[in-house]
Design a protein. Structure first.
Lengths: 424, 564
């Protein structure tokens, strides 16, 4: 048995925040995850609350006050969100920007999206200030049609938006975004050739946006490109437009968190799915309550048991398979925690693609302390907390709130787990 | 607007396009109108089986004989639409030996090549067959892509001078006394290629003869002329799997019943089906138990189906017909034969012929009979050549196969693209422009999508039917936007958005029937991408910009820690 004070299961945003906040409270933390983080599928923006009942939200902290009582934000409280955000700001430093109000960031689909924290490389592109924008698409990248996105944005945002599509030199038709990133980061001649193609199209624009392919060090790539535009007589701010998967800003956020976890002394074990657990009645005499005493992971076919004092479940939602389903049931596969869902699976989704989907709210329920609840609303295990997308109760995709819920519930679970360890 | 044509064909399914092609090839001036996309009705909602005739070899030998004949014709003239997978009739221990022998005998009587395989031999062909099967009969069943076949018929008809109008609904038949003289048609967005946002238009099409090939809707058309055509629509469910769990058509060898066939189709396997009479061909229940029934029953033949991933389900409505007073109660007993209704003879109404019933596999033969009839009436002497003349895309396939290169594409993409495009491949794929893959699931490149847009305009569902883009595991989550991008700049951003949304909603409709396990995870991933990353789920026409943060205004923003 491997002893650990806090065992965090799952290495996405919520698991990372839970681990860091527990470690910062002095707990000894082990983070086990079954696979690489799914953060590289996310845009790298940190949304907190961007849409409620169909309307865009400018002030998420004000809007949170009006959410339903069973919304994860209402359950863990605004102070948990503030705590998680402060942790993120501390970790990200000047790599991320944003204040207390949402910014509207242009998307590759020509919409704007409300978000509270965004990479510094995205910041010059934030819409609303009226500056003229040129969007640059790559002819081999079918995800971002700069001209189509620009035409849509031009009809929505203050200031002109134009688009241009260029053929990046020396790239195969099926080149991955990481290939663009490598060339932009490492190859002077590539950057020269690229700016040479684009500069004649700038035509007085104040800023030039590229799909997010600026690699591991976007500040360097931006400076290099801006210097060349300057030299060509077209001084502009260069920025990134976040993309869907595979997302380079998402990968950067993953790496940033991973680096911070290592620096904080969190033990990281990847590629080990949890396959079993044991629980026993809690010693406090309340015969209904139980403690998780053992969590077993599979390491290359061998069962490795951990004996944690506190456990944080941050295994993700339906996408991360922290929540799973069969034709007639929805369940949490590790601890079999209660996942409320309609009985008939045709009630799991709505008729329209953007309807009010019950499946988007699937997840376990927690108390103010972050502890997972059973079907009767009682604490399932005294020392098991849940954080991130495994927590249900709200369609955080439609609300543009998933990252914020991960911050709030991760911070709550991590700090309370550490407190429990420190008290014992 | 008013136009004239010699023959007006109503219905853009296999029968209608087959008739239009045959008429055009005989030199007749023909216009075809279809209320939706080509294959909008039953043709687009079948399991993709190219019958050997084996299924009818006991109960309906006339149909079985026609099937094997047309099976051979389609292999010749439509090679790029057909995949000769072979088929098995599998006997489980609980199925009777008598029926197995009858099936074998029936196949032989109808000229359908049929070999008995032992259980071991059958599992060598299909390793995932259940361990406890007894034996099987091997027949030349195949898979056929109904969309590609119908599009090829329409293109061929157009090449021979026909006019094909989709999204053109017949709202009334034009009559003169006891004669039908044409139809009033409402174009959804102007005549010609579909373009979202164009205003609709009404057109009176005057014709010497009108052919009603509207399938499940032919009764409604009959009413417009005051004739009674009692179509008995019967629905069937089809469940689409994520991969080809089988590479051979697998049939259950029992007299009749539902959930008895698995057809490998392109990248998927399709489970079918049921047979249940419905009142209205456009409005009938689609229920989860039907999906469950397919999976549970067919798992007895192919056990891995029980835990496999389904990606969507769809329902089709067969336009079954039987002459008045036949009175069959069980729809499975209604004949699959087709009927040519000469309304002059039958009802005293000149100028109108209806074709009802029949099967997809024998569409060409039906079209030939109807065309013969119409040509008799019009005194046209030319004879039918549709059995010999390859369809566009299927010309010289053997020669092309050896001559074609890979057009700079990775080999699986090149192979799949060439299979779909047939003899169009050199023209479409031989481009100097960048040609990235847009749909990873189905290996569809930009060039192929552009080619389809050239035919279909802004109708991305019609592009989908031509290319299979968005028909794979992710159900378009990761490619619908890419396909929409290709509409721009020929069409403006608003049109591209509207087309995108129409395709996305159509994908969702069938996807909903598969939402558990991995496919529910997929739906959540799609939801996250479309709603979160792209914020496509709201209508943000008005934005109060001053309420939002802006880095350029950071200096006056007080609470912000923006540093730009």
């Amino acid at each position: 048995m491997i002893g650990t004070e806090v065992l965090v299961v799952g290495g996405g945003l919520a698991g990372s925040v839970a681990s860091l906040s527990a470690a910062r409270e002095g707990a000894q933390v082990t983070l086990v995850s079954k696979s690489e983080s799914t953060l590289q599928q996310a845009s790298g923006l940190v949304d907190v609350l961007g849409r409620v009942d169909g309307d865009l939200v400018a002030d998420p902290f004000a809007a949170i006050e009006n959410l339903a009582d069973d919304h994860p934000y209402s359950v863990v409280g605004t102070d948990a969100l503030r705590g998680g955000l402060a942790l993120l700001d501390d970790v990200a430093g000047d790599r991320y920007r944003g204040g207390d109000r949402n910014a509207l960031v242009p998307t590759t689909q020509g919409t704007v999206k409300p978000t509270l924290r965004y990479p510094a490389s995205v910041a010059p592109g934030v819409a609303g200030d009226g500056r003229e924008t040129l969007l640059v698409g790559i002819s081999t990248d079918p995800d971002f049609d700069a001209k189509r996105a620009a035409e849509s944005l031009d009809g929505t945002v203050p200031g002109d938006v134009r688009g241009v599509t260029v053929r990046f030199p020396r790239l195969r038709d099926d080149a991955k975004r990481t290939r663009y990133a490598k060339l932009l980061t490492e190859d002077d001649e590539f950057r020269d050739a690229l700016v040479e193609k684009i500069a004649p199209k700038v035509d007085g624009a104040d800023r030039v946006g590229f799909p997010a392919v600026f690699g591991e060090d976007p500040a360097f790539v931006r400076a290099e490109l801006e210097e060349r535009f300057d030299a060509a007589g077209e001084p502009v701010s260069v920025f990134e437009v976040p993309t869907g998967p595979p997302s380079i800003p998402g990968t950067r956020l993953r790496d940033l968190l991973r680096h911070e976890l290592e620096a904080a002394g969190v033990e990281l074990v990847t590629g080990v799915p949890v396959v079993d657990f044991e629980a026993e009645p809690a010693a406090d005499g309340n015969d209904a309550s139980e403690l998780v005493t053992k969590v077993v992971v599979d390491r290359n076919g061998a069962r490795v048991p951990y004996a944690p004092e506190q456990v944080v479940l941050a295994t993700g939602g339906l996408v991360g398979e922290g929540i799973d389903s069969e034709r007639d049931r929805v369940y949490e596969p590790i601890f079999d925690l209660h996942v409320p869902h309609p009985e008939d699976r045709y009630d799991w989704s709505a008729e329209g693609a953007f309807g009010d989907h019950a499946f988007a709210r699937f997840g376990v329920r927690i108390d103010t302390d972050g502890r997972a609840l059973d079907a009767g609303g009682a604490v399932a295990f005294e020392n098991l907390r849940a954080a991130g997308a495994v927590v249900g109760g709200a369609d955080t995709a439609a609300q543009k709130a998933a990252s914020g819920v991960s911050l709030a519930t991760g911070w709550r679970a991590g700090t309370r787990a550490a407190t429990a360890v420190n008290q014992s | 607007m008013a136009t004239t044509t010699e023959v007006l064909v109503i219905g853009g399914g296999s029968t209608g396009t087959g008739i239009a092609r045959d008429l055009a090839m005989r030199g007749v001036d023909v216009t075809l109108v279809e209320q939706g996309n080509l294959t909008h009705g039953t043709t687009g909602r079948m399991h993709g089986l190219l019958h050997s005739g084996g299924r009818y070899a006991v109960a309906d030998q006339a149909s079985a004989t026609e099937c094997i004949e047309e099976n051979r014709v389609l292999r010749d003239i439509a090679g790029h639409c057909v995949e000769m997978t072979g088929g098995l009739f599998v006997k489980r221990p609980e199925d009777t030996d008598e029926y197995f022998e009858e099936k074998l005998e029936g196949c032989r009587e109808c000229g359908i090549p049929a070999e008995v395989l032992s259980a071991e031999e059958a599992r060598e062909v299909e390793p995932y067959l259940a361990k406890d099967i007894d034996k099987a009969i091997e027949v030349p069943d195949g898979a056929v892509d109904p969309f590609r076949l119908v599009v090829a018929n329409a293109v061929s008809a157009e090449e021979h001078g026909a006019r094909i109008e989709t999204h053109a609904e017949v709202v009334d038949l034009l009559t003169d006394g006891d004669e039908v003289t044409g139809a009033r048609v409402e174009h959804d967005s102007g005549p010609g290629k579909r373009e979202h946002g164009l205003p609709g238009e009404t057109e009176d099409i005057h014709a010497e003869h009108v052919v009603n090939a509207a399938g499940a809707w032919s009764g409604q058309l009959g009413e417009m002329a005051g004739v009674d055509i009692e179509v008995r629509p019967s629905k069937g469910v089809m469940v689409v799997m994520n991969v080809r769990q089988v590479d051979t058509v697998v049939n259950r060898c029992k007299p009749k019943g539902d959930a008895d066939i698995v057809v490998p189709h392109e990248t998927t396997a399709i489970l079918g089906t049921t047979d249940e009479e419905v009142e209205d061909p456009e409005d009938y229940p689609e229920e989860g138990w039907e999906v469950d029934h397919m999976i549970d029953e067919l798992s007895e033949l192919v056990p891995i189906l029980s835990d496999a991933r389904t990606i969507r389900s769809f329902w089709g409505v067969r336009p079954l017909y039987e002459p008045p007073d036949t009175g069959t109660t069980d729809p499975t007993d209604i004949t699959r034969d087709f009927f040519l209704l000469d309304h002059a003879d039958r009802d005293g109404i000149e100028g109108l012929t209806t074709v009802v019933g029949g099967k997809f596999t024998t569409y060409r033969m039906m079209a030939e009979d109807v065309t013969d009839h119409v040509c008799d009436l019009l005194d046209v002497r030319a004879s039918c050549t549709t059995a010999d003349e390859p369809l566009p895309g299927s010309e010289d396939l053997d020669r092309l196969e050896s001559a074609m290169d890979d057009y700079g594409l990775r080999s699986p993409v090149a192979r799949r693209s060439k299979e779909r495009l047939g003899s169009y491949a050199p023209d479409v794929l031989g481009t100097d422009e960048p040609n990235p893959v847009l749909c990873q699931c189905e290996a569809v490149t930009r060039a192929e999508v552009q080619h389809a847009i050239g035919q279909a305009g802004t109708d991305l569902n019609a592009v989908r039917l031509r290319t299979r883009a968005s028909m794979g595991n992710c159900q378009g989550g990761f490619c619908c936007h890419r396909v929409a991008n290709e509409l721009h700049p020929e069409y403006d951003a608003e049109t591209a958005d509207a087309s995108f949304d129409e395709l996305w909603q159509e994908r969702w409709k069938g996807h909903r029937h598969a939402l558990w396990g991995e496919q529910l995870s997929q739906a959540m991933l799609n939801h996250t991408l479309h709603a979160t990353t792209w914020n496509r789920d709201g209508d943000d026409a008005y934005i109060d910009w001053d309420a939002f943060a802006s880095p350029a205004r950071a200096a006056t923003d007080g609470g912000s820690h923006d540093r730009d």
